[in-house]
Design a protein around this ligand. Sequence first.
Ligand code: NAD
Ligand code: KPL
Length: 302
Amino acid sequence: MTWHILGAGSLGCLWAARLARAGEPVLLLLRDRQRLAQYRASTGVGLREGDNFSRFPIAADTLDGNQPIQRLLLACKAYDAEEAAASVAPRLAPTAEILLLQNGLGSQQAVAERLPRARCIAVSSTEGAYLEAPFSVVWAGRGQNWLGDGSEQAPAWLAALDKAEIPQQWTTQIDARLWKKLALNCAINPLTVLHQCRNGLLAEQQETLATLCSELAALLSRNQVRISADELLNEVLQVINATAANYSSMYQDVQQNRRTEIAYLLGYAVQNARAHHLHCPAFEQLHQQLQNALAQRGLPTD
Ligand code: NAD
Ligand code: KPL
């Protein structure tokens, strides 16, 4: 069964290269003819792991091709997901499965509503990757991919991920995974943008982090995710410690004048808290400060 991969950025290329290396059929879906020509000139997807570099001549096509799609990996940013999914909707087989790699929350629900017949499987990934050149990805951080759609019925093709060295675990609690990752990203990423710092420097902001974690834990609890404020703070501090030398993904987006996923992280948390009539002054204020910082740089604030 062909893995159709829409979004040939960091994670899309990382999945494509590993699947192709394991002998799985892969087809990249590119936005238009110009991007397809650019890809063909690059002679395939590059994968760098430490000192090793390999290139994989993976097949590619434009979105408007006519091959039916049974399995789709949606590997674009959260703000592009709904439109990207809609653009391939006419090609989806009646029993299509879609893996949603987006960070945060909100985009998965939007795609599922757009494509009610497809089986939408959310993926919460702690892997790290970035592009060193178009279609050439650096596998920068080992991690885990949690997959789930709320059911216990894990797809048989998970074995193909093991073979491809794509770490995976099926979970019946994918929403809890996504919420906890959202909470970590809400506590860490905006502060790195506002303080213009690496993750490690946030260890000096324990009071602010404790207040944010207390509000975020209350929000998670309203969403049936049980974690105490202290447990969340501990997890946040552990991540800060383990990634002390890194710049958060949001910091990097802002530095490179790229749109951030604010709407699917803090923006989603703020809206969800309001819907639950939960008073969260600390992360409301953080959201506002982040929006101001983005506006000053001419970046979208949602
Ligand atoms: P990216 O920007 O590197 O890649 C996204 C790609 O999707 C781009 O090449 C873009 O051109 C393409 N795209 C967008 N809309 C498209 C469309 N309609 N048709 C065709 N192509 C389209 O992003 P990324 O870093 O791979 O991140 C993808 C998602 O995974 C994000 O939500 C991110 O937060 C999450 N994530 C990334 C990492 C990481 O290390 N990169 C880790 C964990 C989670
Ligand atoms: O996921 C991250 C991100 O940068 O988006 C953390 C865990 C904060 C690591 O930098």
